[in-house]
Write a protein that binds this ligand. Structure first.
Ligand code: AMP
Length: 210
């Protein structure tokens, strides 16, 4: 029996962090379309970068082709968690055509909280570890990765203008998808562990009625 979930929420809601935790626990494939785009190569990457750097949505056909490829790859046999997809109604409708979804978790945070978190976000370019100098986890030494001692960097699209664009697009284009599904709301402003606990409780209920 597979479990296919979508995690929706504004940038900075922690949906990526939660998707990683839950995917590891249930051995699901964690699919972040943002990561798929950042790791793309060649012409496709160049085209995607034009949109990503200013915080705009990458054209649907590019994202869909990467997603379809990933869904067919090994590691997704038990199901998947989509993180950052769908981002608009067209993508939701396309997704309906290629797979079934068991539940959609809506991780809710305010815009002020989202901006605060995104401005503090840092990551390690060498080992991929994530930190947040405003919330948590903070690195032990300022700007240095705890794991591999590399200098931490800010994502290029975590600048003030791009953050504002991304939140505006979230409200205009992404939040309408919440009406497309029966969503399970989760308070994303709680501690990470508490958010995980709420999601796990909901998954247990879903599995009980499956
Ligand atoms: P994220 O890592 O989810 O914050 O995504 C980073 C950027 O990748 C976004 O600001 C968009 O430019 C692009 N992106 C990620 N997922 C999608 C998607 N489903 N549709 C269009 N663009 C996307």
């Amino acid at each position: 029996m597979t479990s296919n979930y979508i995690f929706v929420g504004p940038q900075g809601s922690g949906k990526g962090t939660q998707a990683k935790i839950i995917a590891t626990k249930y051995n699901l494939c964690h699919i972040s379309t943002g990561d798929l785009l950042r790791n793309a190569q060649g012409e496709l990457k160049e085209k995607a970068d034009e949109y990503m750097l200013s915080g705009k949505l990458v054209p649907d056909e590019i994202v869909l082709s990467l997603l379809k490829e990933k869904l067919q790859s090994s590691g997704c046999e038990n199901g998947f968690i989509l993180d950052g997809f769908p981002r608009n109604i067209t993508q939701a409708e396309q997704l309906d055509k290629i797979t079934k979804i068991d539940a959609v978790f809506n991780i809710v945070i305010s815009d002020d909280e989202a901006i605060k978190r995104l401005e503090g976000r840092r990551n390690c370019p060498s080992c991929g570890a994530n930190y947040n100098i405003v919330t948590a986890p903070k690195p032990n030494v300022d700007n240095i990765c705890d794991i591999c001692q590399s200098k931490l960097v800010k994502r290029e699209d975590d600048n003030e203008q791009a953050i504002k664009n991304r939140l505006e697009i979230y409200h205009k284009e992404t939040s309408p998808i919440l009406k497309h599904y029966n969503t399970i709301p989760v308070n994303g402003e709680q501690d990470i562990d508490k958010v995980t606990e709420d999601i796990l409780k909901a998954i247990k209920m879903l599995n009980f009625f499956k």
